[in-house]
Design a protein around this ligand. Structure first.
Ligand SMILES: C[S@@+](CC[C@H](N)C(=O)[O-])C[C@H]1O[C@@H](n2cnc3c(N)ncnc32)[C@H](O)[C@@H]1O
Length: 469
């Protein structure tokens, strides 16, 4: 251990120096106060937490069990933020972050912790949120260890990059609107990294200013490029031509490089315009085919999505009599997986592009027992005529609207399967349902976003109160 540990510590301190140099500009406004912090635990954002004279102090890059010299950068009444200057004591769980921009990039927060520990931390976070926020007693609940990945790298099918006024195209830095350019992002495929490099070169040559670009890729390596805030009339003709050339887009020989299938622009009014190629990207999930348009949601990690949906299907215990609501249904992925077994599925989604994809997806998979409704769940729910036996919820980070919870409490489905990307709002909503007679049976954290502070979870609740009304 000794030599490697020394190397790790040395490299960490070296990286911390780079980080410090990168942030010298913002230091002018900071208060230069150095203290030592013993880190006790990680915050939900992945920062180390320790105490300085009784005040909670958040330090990015410090791990539980470590002691670091830090510089206080932001002081509030009950907490403060600090920057790590040097490590005085190092945890055994610390590893060398493989990404060279880890220290500055806002994407990953946990690359300095070994993978198994990140999974344990995610499980603890989900448990903690359920107990503390939801007031759920987990003693009789099956909480499974976080479902990890065998190879937790290059898993993302989507990357959104931003351009600064100086022309740099990269991810946002942590808590900043400045970007960081990266030579090779280890969360996206090598192919997607090539697309990023080529686009950077093309935009630099053309001196074209854009807001952001999104890259999407399916599991076959086929891609979609989406320019944000730009209409085709604003795009100089030679830019698209040189992109086609750089990315070999007109060639049918896919061995020659990219398999970009379409280039889209989202015009300043937010309307997608197809600039080149096919309308949809197609993805296969659990034996079904899904068409995806540029502004519709798709889970970002295809391998983990299969595990997540299989668990949802298993825990939903659908029979051929089941009436199912799939709320926040996106392009109908979960709805169609469930529709293969259910009598009837209702999918509700506010994004009109996603809902029209969902209708096409039902058709191409020959499933005619699904009805998709467009609108906010909280507004549309009353229009669904049947009451459900099973409800699947998969809301955005903000969680489920109180009107939706109220309606669920009225119709009392036997079983609720709640898929969530935010343990805090999940716990809040589950707490409300528990008070009305729902009991949490099982909890499965899923590592949908390895090396980041985010965790997906799935919870199954059954109704154990009185069915009145
Ligand atoms: C986490 S995604 C889940 C999508 C889908 N279940 C899946 O697995 O791909 C959440 C979805 O909720 C939609 N959404 C957000 N707020 C909504 C609302 N108030 N009513 C209906 N849909 C909403 C978003 O457009 C997005 O498609």
């Amino acid at each position: 251990m000794g030599k490697n540990k020394e190397k790790t510590k040395e490299q960490t301190n070296k990286q911390t120096n780079v980080q410090n140099q990168n942030r010298q500009r913002s230091m002018k406004s900071e208060q230069h106060e150095e203290v030592e912090i013993n880190c006790l635990r990680l915050s939900s954002e992945g920062a180390g937490i320790g105490y300085d004279q009784g005040k909670a102090t958040f330090v990015a890059g410090l791990l539980p069990g470590e002691r670091g010299k830090v510089l206080i950068t932001e002081k509030k009444k009950s907490w403060q933020r600090a920057r790590l200057l040097s490590l005085e004591k190092e945890a055994d769980e610390r590893v060398e972050p493989p990404c060279c921009v880890f220290e500055v990039c806002g994407g990953c927060r946990l690359q300095h912790l070994n993978y198994a520990e990140t999974l344990k931390w995610k499980e603890r976070w989900v448990r903690d949120a359920l107990e503390r926020i939801g007031k759920i007693n987990l003693e009789k609940v099956e909480v499974f260890p976080t479902m990890g990945m065998e190879n937790p790298w290059r898993y993302r099918n989507k990357a959104r990059l931003h351009q600064t006024f100086t022309g740099e195209l990269g991810y946002y830095q942590e808590k900043s609107r400045e970007t960081v350019e990266f030579p090779d992002c280890l969360l996206i495929s090598e192919t997607m990294n090539t697309w990023v490099q080529k686009i950077r070169e093309t935009l630099k040559k053309a001196k074209l200013g854009i807001k952001s670009i999104t890259f999407r890729e399916n599991t076959k390596g086929e891609g979609m490029i989406i320019f944000d805030g730009l209409s085709k009339s604003e795009l100089p003709g030679p830019v698209l031509s040189s992109l086609k050339q750089e990315l070999n887009m007109d060639s049918r020989d896919t061995r020659m490089g990219s398999k970009i299938q379409s280039v889209w622009g989202i015009n300043p009014s937010g309307i997608p315009e197809l600039w080149w190629g096919q309308e949809f990207l197609t993805e296969e999930i659990l034996g079904l085919t899904f068409k995806l348009s540029p502004l519709a949601f798709l889970q970002v990690n295809p391998l983990q999505t299969q595990k997540l949906y299989s668990t949802a299907l298993d825990w939903a215990e659908i029979t051929k009599e089941s009436q199912v609501w799939d709320l926040y249904c996106g392009i109908g992925t979960i709805s169609l997986v469930l529709a293969q077994k259910a009598d009837k599925v209702w999918g509700i989604e506010e994004n009109s592009y996603a809902i029209s994809d969902a209708k096409i997806n039902a058709e191409i998979n020959h499933l005619d027992n699904v009805e998709f409704l467009q609108g906010k769940v909280e507004d549309v729910l009353l229009k669904v005529p049947e009451t459900p036996d099973v409800v699947v919820l998969d809301p955005p980070r903000a969680g489920v609207h109180s009107r939706v919870l109220k309606r669920l409490i009225e119709v009392k489905p036997e079983r609720i399967v709640y898929v969530s990307c935010d343990p805090g709002t999940l716990a809040r909503d589950v707490g409300v349902l528990q008070k009305e007679g729902y009991q949490v049976q099982k909890v499965q954290p899923v590592d949908m976003f390895p090396w980041t502070q985010h965790v997906e979870s799935i919870i199954m609740m059954t109704f154990s109160g009185k069915k009145g009304k």
